[in-house]
Design a binder for this molecule. Structure first.
Ligand SMILES: [Zn+2]
Length: 60
């Protein structure tokens, strides 16, 4: 998972690959909450649109 490689500082919001911020020494976290998956969320709509387009054919 590429998310596990990138972290963001809780304090200064600096992006880093380390688990400790190189700027302020504060703890870092994953920039994306693990339970939130925007790709899947929008993929649901995208696939729905593609399926609908396939059924209806090319839009005018
Ligand atoms: Zn920091």
């Amino acid at each position: 998972m590429t998310e596990a490689l990138l972290h963001v500082c809780r304090t200064c919001s600096r992006y880093t690959l380390a688990e400790v911020c190189p700027s302020c020494g504060g703890p870092t976290r994953s920039p994306h909450p693990p339970r939130y998956s925007p790709e899947d969320r929008w993929g649901k709509y995208r696939r729905a649109l593609l399926a609908r387009a396939a059924l209806e054919g090319a839009a005018p």
